[in-house]
Design a protein around this ligand. Structure first.
Ligand SMILES: C[S@@+](CC[C@H](N)C(=O)[O-])C[C@H]1O[C@@H](n2cnc3c(N)ncnc32)[C@H](O)[C@@H]1O
Length: 212
């Protein structure tokens, strides 16, 4: 027997098989995102390459809602946006994400009496709470069907004068223009900007529900 052969460890093999099955065959959103966060594939969100996008979102929140707003962020990952906004700038922050691995990190790093993070699929999330700001930062792609859910599930969570903030990458998601068109049928654009870095471009829009 060649001495370079590595013995198969049944336990390791089982773990790998389960992980492979979860990611490639069962492909639940939760297991796929958990895998990516566990592997550190999203660690880059805290880097300078992403700073401009987060800073623009944080700047809008500071400027438009200066009085301790209640904020809901959908698809919050490990809580980078809460950190960039800064806890002194909000009354409460609820971040949600389908990936328990990301939520665990977010809670241990930024959770406090007014900052909490919950693992929940955005397509199922329900609450009686209302918010001054609801944010989908690179996350609205996963809301399906997007417009129906925005209107029936999320618009009722906005306080009167509440704002929806959405960012979408212009290069990575080919259908983002079509999505903006849909959104703007039911939301008025309060302001809109384009964030461009050496590697990426994102449209960020501040939206208010149109009267029905
Ligand atoms: C591209 S990352 C963006 C993370 C962060 N908001 C940012 O801007 O850098 C997309 C995030 O959406 C989350 N996500 C994907 N599908 C989801 C779903 N169905 N419900 C809730 N979160 C979801 C992922 O776990 C991930 O954290």
């Amino acid at each position: 027997m060649s001495d370079v052969l590595v013995p198969i460890k049944p336990k390791g093999l089982l773990t790998s098989l389960t992980s492979f099955l979860n990611r490639k065959i069962l492909r639940t959103d939760r297991s796929r995102w958990n895998y990516q966060y566990d592997k550190g594939l999203w660690d880059g969100l805290e880097n300078m390459e992403e700073l401009a996008r987060f800073s623009v979102l944080a700047g809008y929140v500071h400027f438009l809602k200066p009085d301790n707003p209640s904020i809901l962020e959908i698809g919050c990952g490990e809580g980078v946006l809460a950190q960039r906004i800064g806890r002194q700038h909000y009354g409460s922050f609820l971040g949600t994400d389908v990936a328990d691995a990301a939520i665990e990190q977010a809670n241990s790093r930024f959770g406090d009496s007014k900052t909490r993070f919950e693992a929940v699929d955005m397509n199922d999330f329900q609450t009686d709470e209302q918010f001054d700001v609801i944010i989908f930062n690179e996350a609205i792609y996963y809301l399906k069907p997007m417009l129906d859910k925005l209107m029936s599930q999320y618009a009722p969570m906005l306080r009167s004068n509440g704002l929806l903030i959405v960012s979408m990458n212009t290069g990575l998601h080919a259908d983002s223009d079509a999505k903006w068109e849909q959104i703007e049928k039911v939301f008025a654009v309060v302001d809109s900007t384009f964030v461009e870095t050496a590697k990426n471009g994102w449209k960020v829009k501040i939206l208010r529900p149109l009267p029905v």
